[in-house]
Design a protein around this ligand. Structure first.
Ligand code: GLT
Ligand code: MN
Ligand code: MN
Length: 389
C-alpha cells in the first residue's frame, strides 16, 4: 500500500493527453519554444515516465486536413507504439475549438452548417477513439460561449447543446460503442464567457438528457479554481450523484488565466483534500493530468513535470493514509460527529419521527458551546503535510 519511492504503477491509472506532454509552450504573447513531437514520441516519453495511458483529441493524432492514407499510416504507427510500450487509450475527445470554423462555437454556433459539421467531426472522433478501445469520451466546449450576448439567446444555446449531446449518445448506442461521456466545464477562456461555466451547471443539464445514465462530468482543478470555487466540493457533488466519470488534475492560482500547472504545485493543501477524497471514496476512474510544463522547460524538464504530477499524487495519497491512521485526528473527528443521548432521528420524515422531534427539548445554548477544535484539526493536517507528523 505505501509506496516509498512514489513511483507510478498501472493500477494508479495515471494518464496524460497527447496535448499535455506535446504542449510546445505557445501562449497569446509568444510562439512555440519546444520542437514538435510526434504522437509516437509522446507515447515513448509516457512509457519512460511510467504513465498508464494516453488520451487524445482527434487532431492531436490525425491532422484536420490529413488524407485517408495519411490517417491510416498515423493510426497504425500509433497503435504499434502503444502495443510496444503497453500504453492504453482510456479516453478520447474532439477538438471543437482550434479550427477557425468554430470561432462562434460548435454545437451552439448560430450557423446550422457549423453545428452539423461539429456533429460530423465528433462522430468521426468517436470512431477514431474506438479504434483504440477508448471507453470514455470527453467533451469540453471551449468555444461554446460569447463575448457579447447580442449574438444569441443563451437559452437557445442550452437547447442546441442538449440536442447535440442526445444525438451523439444515440450515435454511440447505435454503433454499440458503449462510450460513457464526460462533460468538462470552464468559466471563460478562450471565450469571454463559456456556457455551462461550472461542473454544477453540467450536473443540472445531464438530468435533462435522453440517456442521462451514459453522461457524467470531467471536472478540472484549474477550471473550477478560475471561478473561485472549491474544487473538492464540486468533485464531491459529482461523485455523490454517481457522475464522476473522469477527472482533470492540474493546478491553478485563482483569478488568473488558465494555468494548467503541474498537479499540486500551486495549492498543495487543496490537492491533499482532493486526493484524500478520491482515495477515501474509492474513485476507480482515470487520474488524468491535464497540465503542461512551464514555457521555460525543455523536454527533459517536461519528463520531470510529468513525473512530478504522479509523484505528488502518490505523496498526497500516503499523507491521506497517515491522516486517516492518526489517533488524535480520528479522536477529534469522532467527537465532532457525536450526538448527545436521545437525539431524535431526522434522516427520514414520518409522522412518528416528527412527533419525536417535536417532543424533544433542545438545549440551544449547550449545543452552541460544544467544542469544535478545527484550528487544532487543521494544524494537525498541516503538520502531516509539512512532514513533521
Ligand atoms: C484543452 C483544455 C482542456 C480540455 C481538453 C479536452 S483540451 O487543452 O484546456 O481543459 O480538457 O478537450
Ligand atoms: Mn485547463
Ligand atoms: Mn481539461
Amino acid at each position: 500500500m505505501t509506496n516509498k519511492n512514489y513511483t507510478s504503477r498501472p493500477e494508479d491509472r495515471f494518464t496524460f493527453g497527447l496535448w499535455t506532454i506535446g504542449n510546445r509552450g505557445r501562449d497569446p504573447f509568444g510562439a512555440e519554444v519546444r520542437e514538435k513531437l510526434t504522437p509516437v514520441q509522446i507515447v515513448e516519453i509516457l512509457a519512460e515516465v511510467g504513465a498508464y495511458g494516453v488520451n487524445f483529441h482527434d487532431n492531436d493524432l490525425v491532422p484536420i486536413d490529413a488524407t485517408t492514407s495519411e490517417r491510416d499510416k498515423i493510426v497504425s504507427e500509433f497503435r504499434a507504439a502503444l502495443e510496444a510500450h503497453n500504453v492504453r487509450v482510456p479516453m478520447a475527445t474532439v477538438s471543437l475549438f482550434s479550427d477557425p470554423v468554430f470561432r462562434d462555437g460548435a454545437f451552439t454556433a448560430n450557423d446550422p452548417a457549423v453545428r452539423a459539421y461539429a456533429l460530423q467531426k465528433t462522430c468521426a472522433a468517436m470512431d477514431l477513439g474506438k479504434e483504440f478501445d477508448a471507453e470514455m469520451f470527453v467533451l469540453w466546449g471551449g468555444r461554446e460561449g460569447t463575448e457579447t450576448d447580442a449574438c444569441r439567446n443563451p437559452a437557445d444555446a442550452v437547447k442546441r447543446f442538449r440536442d447535440a449531446l442526445n444525438y451523439l449518445v444515440e450515435y454511440s448506442i447505435s454503433q454499440k460503442y458503449d462510450y460513457k461521456f464526460a462533460l468538462e466545464a470552464k468559466p471563460n477562456e478562450p471565450r469571454g464567457d463559456i456556457y455551462f461555466p461550472t461542473t454544477g451547471s453540467y450536473l443540472a443539464l445531464i438530468e435533462t438528457l435522453d440517456h442521462k445514465e451514459l453522461v457524467g462530468v470531467n471536472p478540472e482543478v484549474a477550471h473550477e479554481t478560475m471561478a473561485g470555487l472549491n474544487f473538492t466540493h464540486a468533485v464531491a457533488q459529482a461523485w455523490e450523484a454517481g457522475k464522476l466519470f473522469h477527472i482533470d488534475l492540474n493546478d491553478q492560482m485563482p483569478g488568473r488565466y488558465d494555468q494548467d500547472f503541474r498537479f499540486g504545485s500551486a495549492n498543495p493543501k487543496q490537492a491533499f483534500f482532493l486526493v484524500k477524497f478520491l482515495e477515501d471514496v474509492g474513485y476507480a476512474g482515470m487520474r488524468h493530468f491535464d497540465a503542461h510544463a512551464y514555457r521555460t522547460s525543455d523536454y527533459e524538464d517536461v519528463k520531470d513535470f510529468a513525473r512530478g504530477c504522479m509523484r505528488t499524487y502518490l505523496i498526497l495519497k500516503e499523507k491521506a493514509q497517515r491522516w486517516n491512521a492518526d489517533k488524535e485526528i480520528q479522536g477529534i473527528i469522532r467527537e465532532i460527529h457525536e450526538a448527545g443521548d436521545g437525539v431524535p432521528q431526522v434522516a427520514k420524515f414520518s409522522k412518528h419521527h416528527k412527533a419525536q422531534l417535536d417532543a424533544y427539548e433542545f438545549n440551544r445554548h449547550e449545543l452552541a458551546q460544544k467544542s469544535l477544535p478545527y484550528e487544532r484539526l487543521d494544524q494537525l493536517t498541516m503538520d502531516i503535510l509539512f512532514g513533521v507528523r
